[in-house]
Design a protein around this ligand. Sequence first.
Ligand SMILES: NC(=O)c1ccc[n+]([C@@H]2O[C@H](COP(=O)([O-])OP(=O)(O)OC[C@H]3O[C@@H](n4cnc5c(N)ncnc54)[C@H](OP(=O)(O)O)[C@@H]3O)[C@@H](O)[C@H]2O)c1
Length: 279
Amino acid sequence: MVSMKLSHGLSIPSVGFGTAPLKGQEAYEAVKEALRVGYRHIDTAAIYLNEAEVGRAIKDSQVPREAIFITSKLDASIKTYQGALEAYEASLRALGVQALDLYLIHAPWPWEAKYSEHHAGNVAAFNALIDLYKAGKVKAIGVSNFDIVDLKNLQDHCEMLPQVNQIKCHVGHFPSELIHYCQAHDILVEAYSPLGRAKILQHETIHHLASKHGVSPAQVCLRYPLERGVLPLPRSSNPANIKMNFDLAFSLDEEDLAILDALTLESVEFGTPVTPKKP
Ligand SMILES: NC(=O)c1ccc[n+]([C@@H]2O[C@H](COP(=O)([O-])OP(=O)(O)OC[C@H]3O[C@@H](n4cnc5c(N)ncnc54)[C@H](OP(=O)(O)O)[C@@H]3O)[C@@H](O)[C@H]2O)c1
């Protein structure tokens, strides 16, 4: 399995399997199927309410625990040091594992107060993650949905930077300023909703590139972030799609990438014809 490296040298399998909003038996079956076809990186979160099923699928898969990279996330409403430590232990219990490979602050703000400011709370929560990391209780730590201002806050007040920032990122919505900022600071960017929740898969440009390479539109959309050093986390509960999304051993050339860079959210969601940007 191909992998990327985090700032401290830890390998992370370069395609992760997303599990939200899968629940119950559907989550269990999907994760088991993903592990059967070769994924070794599973993304869950306390708020997904599927950690128990994800953990059961991992145990039943017969793949050794140490061969799987497991990420979970601190509920975005928890903004205290002690609350973060307790939530980490709760995630371990729910998943039935001794430690996580990666633990993220799910968002800089509680979901019910999106974009509200919680700088002090994020510092307190991230300090808890730093202490878990320094105690060897988690292999890597990071954040999700953090913008540059949120990252700068941690940079100014914490002794280390996140190793990962998991953000919404797909063809047509590729926040390049934030991605460049992360990459310049050795923060690996993970792309959530890398298929744009399947809304972008009908676009003619993506179909054109898929025929050019003899792959599917979904594979084009997942190869794109990889070519830009961004790690995709596709989700599916369909066995054929689960397998397809893992089979990304082809390359996009510079011309393809320029065409994909030029797509905008309007163009991919509503099918407006796109003229590539001039180099
Ligand atoms: N950190 C955060 O705040 C955050 C937020 C959102 C998501 N995430 C993570 O990112 C993961 C992925 O994001 P997402 O679930 O929002 O969206 P996504 O992966 O972009 O899209 C999932 C949708 O695409 C369809 N699909 C998958 N593979 C396909 C293929 N090969 N061909 C056609 N359709 C395909 C799936 O349907 P089928 O099941 O029928 O294949 C499903 O409807 C989540 O599961 C979660 O782990 C994180």
